[in-house]
Design a protein around this ligand. Structure first.
Ligand code: HEC
Length: 183
């Protein structure tokens, strides 16, 4: 009986200490102060497990169509490159200032969040889910609120090709057809 009592007492003290910490205002919230290793690990584990679980049942459509690549490329250049960069651009104000940092998709190994043992269909499901739903408390928006699934899969198709593109190839693939009409 006394062990149970001490365990309950310990739990109560633990909760009180946790609440005291939350209300103390001591945790640095600025994006220019990195998380402690523990907090970073906890948030990373939370994100990876959550996305893996939520995306496990997604059906990946064929992702090699030229049309898809062109549509995904143009969308990427308009909506994503400011944070996730493009071939020949190593940083931007957003890529420097955001925390957590947006992965640099223009470079092989640029995606530090990707786990090494992920195959390309797992990666496609993971990317699709994150693009559609975004990531809480990070700069990553949920694009699914304004874009349909086909458009998102096209961006996934483009992301898988992006690390192999030179700056010139990037420019050609991401140009919108009607761009020439404007100039
Ligand atoms: C305002 C900046 C910003 C914009 C714009 C943005 N992202 Fe992100 N994105 C982020 C950040 C920050 C993360 C990392 C979140 C984290 O680590 O918790 C991220 C994460 C991701 C990931 C997950 C990578 C992984 O391995 O877990 C994908 C995929 C992604 N973004 C794709 C896109 C696409 C496609 C677009 C354009 C439609 C886009 N993002 C636009 C900031 C941005």
């Amino acid at each position: 009986m006394s062990t149970i009592r001490s365990l309950v007492a310990l739990g109560v003290v633990g909760c009180a200490a946790g609440m005291a910490f939350l209300y103390s205002g001591w945790y640095p919230m600025g994006a220019d102060t990195p998380h402690t290793k523990m907090t970073f690990w906890a948030l990373e584990t939370l994100r990876e497990q959550s996305v893996a679980r939520a995306s496990a049942e997604l059906e990946v459509p064929p992702l090699s169509g030229a049309k898809q690549l062109l549509a995904g490329g143009a969308d990427y250049n308009d909506m994503c490159a400011s944070c996730h960069l493009k071939p020949g651009t190593l940083q931007s104000d957003l890529s420097i200032g955001l925390y957590p940092k947006p992965p640099n998709f223009s470079q092989p190994e640029g995606d530090k969040n990707a786990s090494a043992d992920e195959d390309s269909s797992e990666q496609a499901r993971h990317y699709f889910w994150v693009i559609k739903h975004g990531i809480k408390a990070s700069g990553m928006p949920a694009w699914g609120l304004t874009h349909d699934d086909d458009r998102i899969w096209s961006m996934v198709a483009f992301l898988q090709k992006l690390p192999d593109l030179s700056p010139e190839q990037y420019q050609i693939i991401t140009a919108r057809k009607d761009d020439s009409a404007h100039h």
